[in-house]
Design a protein around this ligand. Sequence first.
Ligand code: CP
Length: 357
Amino acid sequence: MKLQHLIDFNDITTDEYDELCRLASDIINAPHRYSAACSGRVMATLFYEPSTRTQLSFQTAMLRLGGTVIGFADPNSSSVAKGESLRDTVKIISGYADIGVIRNPMEGAAFAASLYSGIPFINAGDGRHLHPTQTMTDMFTIKREKGRYEGLNIGLCGDLKNGRTVHSLLRAFTRYNGNRFFLISTKELRVPDYILNEFSGSDNEIIMTDNMEEVIDGLDILYMTRIQRERFGSEADYRRQSGIYVLTPDKLKSAKPDLTIMHPLPKVDEIAYEVDDDPRSRYFEQAENGMYIRMALILSLIEGNPQRRSSRRAYPLPTRRFCSNPICVSNHEHYLPEMTKTVGGELVCAYCDYKII
Ligand code: CP
């Protein structure tokens, strides 16, 4: 794979993604063939936000490939707590490791890290923005469960505004056609326009509803999400949104026998415990699939980037704050250069995709 960094699922072509899925399937079928594939290589995991699945599946993936792992799970245990910049942390890690994985609450942080890195960097989640390896996990699970990415009725339910896994998944599906997406949420937690705009020109249908019961019988896939408490301004705002969508055995009575129930996890109260025992629930298998697709990704990035590159690239210092998103990394790491791009005819921030106004 020619790719240097994986920041957005759309950084890879459909052919490259299909190749990753084939590699992940081969790893599942013949793990012994890959048990020393990354021997002598080091992966650094920089987690500035809590994580169970992403962090541990990346770490396990590298260990199962015969490599080793360094990193932190709490930035307060690193020199970040002393005020070290993201840029300096990344430059240091580039001298120690062969591949880096970063999760950070600031949107665009992984892209910012990639600007200063001499090694491949993988986005393990940046604020509400993107979570591309969760998307790979989700797409790989859909392929294993349904055998296709087209002609599906897909329900996404819950916090569609703050759920970065939803944003990345929808973005990935813009390259396929013939699907109907039922976006099930309250009006306050709808998918942001910048994601919906990316569907213009694709042959997919978007249906917005606030009623899960009305659409559940037609779904092939139901992707549940938790209400993201940590992204709300106040506990009262969160409480107004929590507990509205809860998947129960009763609601599943009208669903198809071959419905696939997915969830990026962690789940809180949006799926009743009894649903875990329903054979249509595939979220624990989905989490395991994530380890195999991450093994394939690590291996491909390391094989495609055998040499470290120079991390001495220079960028002009910005002359103004150009992004209006308060949690955009460019508004916190003030040395970052002004970078914009055009998406669907609109000028957006290259770090966080916010429209430039
Ligand atoms: N799905 C997911 O990103 O889980 P974690 O937050 O536990 O990594």
